[in-house]
Design a protein around this ligand. Sequence first.
Ligand code: NAP
Length: 275
Amino acid sequence: HPAASNSRRRTLGVFILNGFTSDDFRQLGNTGINVSPIGLGTVKFGRNTDVKYPNTFSIPSDITLENLVNLTHDLGINLIDTAPAYGDAESKLGRILKLQRHAWVLSTKVGEQYNEGRSSYNYSVESVRLSIENSLKNLQTDYLDIALIHSNGEDEKILEQSDVVSELIRLKERGLIRAIGASTKTIQGGLLALKMMDLVMVAYHPDDTSQTSVIDDAQKQNKGVLVKKALVSGHTQSTRENLKFVLQNRAVTSAIIGTINPDHLRQNVETAREK
Ligand code: NAP
């Protein structure tokens, strides 16, 4: 909660953290959920194989990640995105967040598992139910704010021919999830996801504006848009320009930026707050 962030915001040596306030927050479509313009992406919390980042990296220790999450909170960020496919990121987050659950908007996914160096996809009712149960257990919570379908690329097939959407709707009705959506790859998939659910997660940056029609459609329908890969998964030098470009689009609710580097996190918030 932004008020909690403000009360925790503090002077660290000579540095004063200048983070988001509730004035900066954006509405996630019509879900009633408000989020900071930047969210924390957590692939690098738990997985360093078969990832698309430019450099290899070691997965940080628990205490390093706890410090990063505390900094995230102090910078006024209230949104964290994770997935069962990000190694043990969920259970690490669960241990860190268990005493501060209500300060966060937690987003996770269903449909992809990553085990022993291999991704597998399953969109059946049983698998979705089990995945959400596991996420609740790992994240040490009794509700998820956001659950997204983790697409394997066949967006339309998943949305139209599997029972994943109807099962997510059921879980939402049971109060286990507050908002549902899909992390999509195709235009048609994104548009379809917006018809059926509350939000989409799409890739968007100055060199890839192919999802603009999906983002525009979300705005028309008052649905949420989370952006992934705003920094081209680390393959750009123009981090400031990219972030500014993404956030200038008022149809974007939040850019989920993956980082395990506190200086990058601070820089990104600073950039986002520049008028
Ligand atoms: P990204 O946010 O575009 O880029 C992350 C990379 O940029 C990291 O390697 C990070 O390295 C670097 N970085 C961050 N801030 C920086 C800065 N100020 N200066 C220089 N480098 C910086 O890409 P992403 O992690 O692939 O995607 C973001 C998030 O979206 C993911 O973490 C995940 O939560 C979500 N996502 C979802 C899907 C899906 O659902 N299919 C797919 C991809 C991503 P450092 O750690 O060194 O900062």
